[in-house]
Design a protein around this ligand. Structure first.
Ligand SMILES: Cc1ncc(COP(=O)(O)O)c(C=O)c1O
Length: 366
């Protein structure tokens, strides 16, 4: 979080008695959190971890994705979707966005898979991201993964609680991940989850996350693991917030409606949830009219102490990914030029919301 803004993009909404939730944290808190995900959210084999990035890394390890394997990811995403592929020397294949949800286009993805397969370079997996809490066209992408016989991983870091056809994002593929970092809706001030379908895979993930310690009365190791376990303080905090799930998601969805109504007369396009999906509206995304500079708008809002952000910068335009293949037609670049994200904390006060919408109106001279 950036202290130079008096209204931040997203602050966690910790329960008022949060300190008591974390009074004597211990490993039972982690078990209790995993039980809540299993019993309350219907997830078969969730594993609490240190971060969403760690969860993605373990997903790759568990599913056997590594050196030289090609993996489709959206070019419009946070770098954390791609970094674990680089840790494992897998090869990211960058796929452009579709206009409805800003997420990975099933059409470009299919073109990429078929062309690469014809070259003898068939991808092993795709990682679908649900950006800003908006569900991707997950059923189309799942169908594509099935038809092409590739693994499906969901990066649901930003979409905890978002559903498609009533099913939680993160639960459609062989693995999914959630993030509970400081700017997420349900925050442990750090934390993540790996959502698996298979009990043995979950046991393997837990072992790898604890430096691959063998089941012996002393510390003994046969392979290299990681220190990826969830911080015990995070678990009771996340659990307390997730027990208030409906209320928090309702507040997020109400804020989206308030923004839409307050800004309805301005030449802005809100990005709404797609048909059959229910967004957590982690961040409220809008498009500026063509010809209006996103840079000027974001600068204008930030100069007023309001943390408005650009969309994620397309990965294929970054030096770090200059060696990666890219499939698309610059859609994500156009979205980057025109897109912005409004402060979206569920704890925003009415006065703060008015300040934000007032400043947006002022920019447009309204
Ligand atoms: C799309 C996306 N993937 C992965 C992550 C990584 O999560 P974490 O910060 O918990 O490592 C984040 C967020 O931070 C994210 O926005």
């Amino acid at each position: 979080m950036n202290p130079k803004f008096h209204i931040q993009l997203h602050t966690p909404c910790l329960p008022p008695d949060w300190a008591t939730h974390a009074k004597y944290p211990n490993r039972n808190d982690i078990q209790a959190l995993e039980n809540l995900w299993q019993d309350g959210f219907g997830l078969p084999h969730p594993v609490a971890l240190h971060s969403g990035t760690a969860a993605l890394h373990l997903a790759l390890r568990i599913l056997g994705i590594g050196n030289g394997d090609r993996v489709l990811i959206p070019t419009h995403t946070y770098v954390a979707t791609a970094a674990p592929l680089q840790y494992e020397r897998a090869i990211p294949v960058l796929v452009d966005s579709e206009p409805e949800t800003l997420n990975m286009s099933p059409e470009y993805a299919e073109k990429a898979i078929r062309t690469l397969a014809a070259r003898g370079q068939k991808p092993k997996a795709m990682i679908v991201v649900h950006l800003y809490g908006l569900a991707a066209r997950i059923n189309d992408l799942k169908d594509l993964a099935r038809r092409c016989d590739i693994l499906l991983i969901e990066d649901a870091a930003e979409s905890v609680g978002t559903t498609a056809g009533g099913q939680l994002t993160g639960s459609f593929g062989q693995a999914g991940i959630w993030s509970f970092n400081i700017n997420k809706i349900f925050s442990g001030l750090g934390g993540g989850a790996l959502l698996l379908q298979d009990r043995d895979q979950a046991a393997r993930a837990r072992k790898l996350a604890a430096h691959a310690r063998e089941d012996k009365p002393y510390f003994y190791h046969k392979e290299t693991g990681y220190n990826y376990g969830m911080h015990p303080l995070a678990a009771p905090l996340i659990r307390a917030q997730m027990k208030d799930f409906d209320n928090i998601i309702d507040r997020k969805r109400r804020l989206h409606e308030i923004y839409k109504q307050a800004l309805a007369d301005l030449p802005l396009t809100p990005i709404d949830e797609g048909p059959g999906t229910r967004s957590n509206y982690w961040l409220n995304a809008f498009l500026l009219p063509g010809g209006t500079s996103g840079k000027n708008f974001v600068g204008f809002m930030q100069a007023r102490g309001i943390e408005v952000r650009h969309f994620w910068f397309p990965l294929h335009r970054m030096e770090l990914f200059s060696g990666c293949e890219y499939w698309g037609k610059n859609e994500s670049e156009k979205f980057f030029e025109r897109g912005f994200l409004l402060p979206s904390s569920p704890c925003l006060t009415d006065a703060q919301i008015e300040q934000i919408t007032g400043a947006v109106s002022t920019f447009f001279g309204a």
